[in-house]
Structure formats: structure tokens, C-alpha cells
Design a protein around this ligand. Structure first.
Ligand SMILES: [Zn+2]
Length: 243
């Protein structure tokens, strides 16, 4: 599937149902190569691609603060649950999103992984939120935010209350509760971390984590199970780290 088709499917809210029914792959232990390309020809990029995600965010080629503006705050949506998936599909038309450089992205959904997929200098965090966006032209942009154990997080509280109601539960969260106050990001070009592993994804990963309580992280981890793809080779890709 081309990126555009995926973005269109996400925009139309089709991804949850389609993936839930079709899911024929699984995350492994997060260390061993998954070989998703062996499952279906459509997943060949997962193994053959040279710009795959996640990567270890280490030894940046350059340091500089990427110009990134977010339009988040309170947002409503619906919970989409499946095996190894906890996701909020945001109701379209709320004007949420981010502008990175000269690209304007609309926010589609946020989902979680336990542990984090990207690592920083070889270290993974207990949890990550991936805010998935697309431009009008269908180019994907993701903002990743790591979680560490600390204070209870009100957005995760709302998520867990909806989770108790089940798939399709309506909820409202303040997205800013999941975003560092001082948002600076690592930036590189990568891929979806799940089949079909399409490339051309504009990755942004916050260098400062946010907090959720140990109990909250444990609950999400219990719902998701191991849900991180193995670290992929960087293959000489440009990585810009914050100042
Ligand atoms: Zn993800």
C-alpha cells in the first residue's frame, strides 16, 4: 500500500477495522528481527527497505532546533482496540495537528507501545505515544513522546477509563498532558513501524519525556503486551538532534 492510501484510510477512519480484521503479524520480543516480509509480499518493505523505523537515536549528524508548532489541547475521539493495539482515533475537523518546517500535518490518531520503539543511546523507555499525522497530500508525520514513571497523567487516566468500557468508547483528552512543555525533537526520515512498513514518514521524537504513574504504565503494558518493533539499521540516514 502506498503512503497516500494509508493516510487516506486513516483519515477515513478505516484503519482500525481493517487492521483489526486483517492483522496477520505480531510484534516479537522487540530485539529479534521480525521477518514480516515472509508473511506477505505486501510487507516486503519491512525487510527490504533501507529507511525503516524505529532506530536508536544516537550520534546525530547535526544539532539544531527543528521549527515545530503544535495545535493540540482538548480533543475528542473514539477508542480503537485490537491485539497489541490501544489507539484513539480523533474526530476529524477539530483543527488539531502540527507544523514542522514548511509542512502542515493534521492529527489522525494516537497509539501506544510498551516499551518504547525508538531508543536514545541504546535505552528504551517503558512506554511511548505515537501521534500520527498526515498532510493534505497524504504525507505521514509522527510525533513520538516517551513516558517515564512518575506522577499520574490525566490523559492516560481518561484513556484507561475508556479502555474499561471497550472498543469504540468515546473519550476526550487534553493532548497537551502527553506533550512536554518544552518540546524539542529528534528528526529523521523513516517508516511505519508496523506492516506494510511504508517509508517516507517524517519522524519527530521528543527529547524530553512526560510522566505517567507506574500503575498507569503497568495497565497499558498489560493491555498491549510487548509491542515494540526491533531497532532497525540507520543506513547513513541524516539524524538531527535538538541543541
Ligand atoms: Zn507506533
Amino acid at each position: 500500500m502506498k503512503n497516500f492510501a494509508i493516510a487516506a484510510a486513516l483519515t477515513l477512519g478505516l484503519s482500525g477495522a481493517a487492521i483489526a480484521q486483517d492483522k496477520d503479524w505480531s510484534f516479537g520480543d522487540g530485539e529479534t528481527h521480525e521477518h514480516w516480509g515472509d508473511i506477505r509480499a505486501e510487507y516486503a518493505t519491512c525487510d527490504a527497505g533501507s529507511m525503516q523505523s524505529p532506530i536508536d537515536l544516537t550520534s546525530p549528524d547535526a544539532r539544531g532546533d527543528i521549527k515545530l508548532e503544535t495545535r493540540f489541547g482538548e480533543a475528542s475521539g473514539k477508542l480503537a482496540l485490537a491485539k497489541q493495539k490501544v489507539q484513539i482515533d480523533f474526530t476529524p475537523g477539530q483543527g488539531k495537528g502540527m507544523t514542522s518546517g514548511d509542512k502542515t500535518f493534521d492529527l489522525l490518531q494516537v497509539h501506544f507501545h510498551t516499551p518504547s520503539e525508538h531508543a536514545v543511546n541504546g535505552k528504551r523507555y517503558p512506554m511511548v505515544a505515537h501521534f500520527v499525522h498526515a498532510t493534505q497530500a497524504g504525507e505521514l508525520g509522527v510525533l513520538g513522546v516517551f513516558f517515564t514513571e512518575g506522577s499520574e497523567n490525566p490523559a492516560i487516566d481518561a484513556l484507561l477509563k475508556a479502555h474499561a468500557k471497550g472498543n469504540g468508547a468515546a473519550l476526550s483528552v487534553n493532548i497537551d498532558d502527553m506533550i512536554p512543555t518544552d518540546l524539542d525533537v529528534y528528526r529523521y526520515m523513516g517508516s511505519l513501524t508496523t506492516p506494510p512498513c511504508s517509508e517516507g514518514v517524517n519522524w519527530h521524537v521528543a527529547d524530553v519525556s512526560v510522566e505517567a504513574s507506574a500503575a498507569q504504565i503497568a495497565k497499558l503494558s498489560g493491555a498491549l503486551g510487548p509491542s515494540a518493533r526491533s531497532i532497525q539499521p540507520r543506513n547513513g540516514r541524516l539524524l538531527v538532534a535538538p541543541e
